[in-house]
Each structure stands twice: as C-alpha cells, then as structure tokens.
Write a new protein. Structure first.
Length: 126
C-alpha cells in the first residue's frame, strides 16, 4: 500500500473521529430546544481523488477549489423531527453505527499496513 493511501486512510480516521463527536453531540442535545443538528463534510478524500484524476483535456474540470479540511456544517432545516429540534434519534444512531464500522475498517487497514512493514523490517518478508 502506498504512503499516499495511508495518508488518505489517516485523514479518513480523523474524519470518522470528528464525525463521532458531532453525532454524539447531536444525540446529547436531542432534548435541547431549538438545537440545530450538525454534520461533518469530508473534503480531503475528494480533493486527493480530483488531483489524481487523469483527463484528456484540462478544461474538463476547469478550476475547482475545494476546502482541504473537514468542516462542520449546521443543518438549518426547519423540520422539527423530535418535536423540539431537528435531530432524529433513529437516524443519528444509524449514522453512529455506520461511522463506527468505517472507523474500525480504516484503523484495521492502517494497522495491517504497519504490521506488514514491521515484519519486513524484521526480515520476515511478506
């Protein structure tokens, strides 16, 4: 696995960690009057993919500027799902479970890479 892939996975782990905090904050505020749920936008993976894209003509994508950091956005929908704010506990719990699975997968891939690297350094080969 190339080091750029590890960097992407590390960025993804950071995203999952931040997303876990934001989802937990949403769940904790389920009973808070007029609280607006939040979500995290992951830009780095998209940026990296766009930079590695090969095109036949430079005009295919033009000048595209993306933020390079994860950003927290506030959901300003007026939909009062819980009766007092726009947090839907069922959706938040489902998103938390999905996020946990993604975090564990990315962490395992990074860990496997470094275990293999350590094994090669010790002379064990692949």
């Amino acid at each position: 696995m190339a080091s750029t892939n590890i960097n992407i996975l590390e960025d993804f782990i950071d995203y999952c960690s931040l997303r876990n905090k934001v989802i937990s904050k949403n769940i904790a505020n389920i009973g808070t009057q007029n609280y607006k749920r939040e979500d995290v936008v992951f830009k780095d993976l998209f940026n990296e993919s766009m930079q590695n894209l090969k095109t036949t003509d430079p005009r295919h994508f033009g000048q595209i500027n993306f933020e390079s950091e994860n950003t927290i956005k506030v959901d300003n929908s007026k939909d009062m799902v819980s009766g007092i704010n726009n947090v839907n506990i069922d959706e938040e719990m489902a998103e938390l479970a999905k996020n946990t699975i993604k975090f564990k997968l990315a962490s395992k891939k990074v860990g496997d890479y470094f275990k293999t690297l350590q094994n090669v350094i010790k002379g064990g080969g692949l």
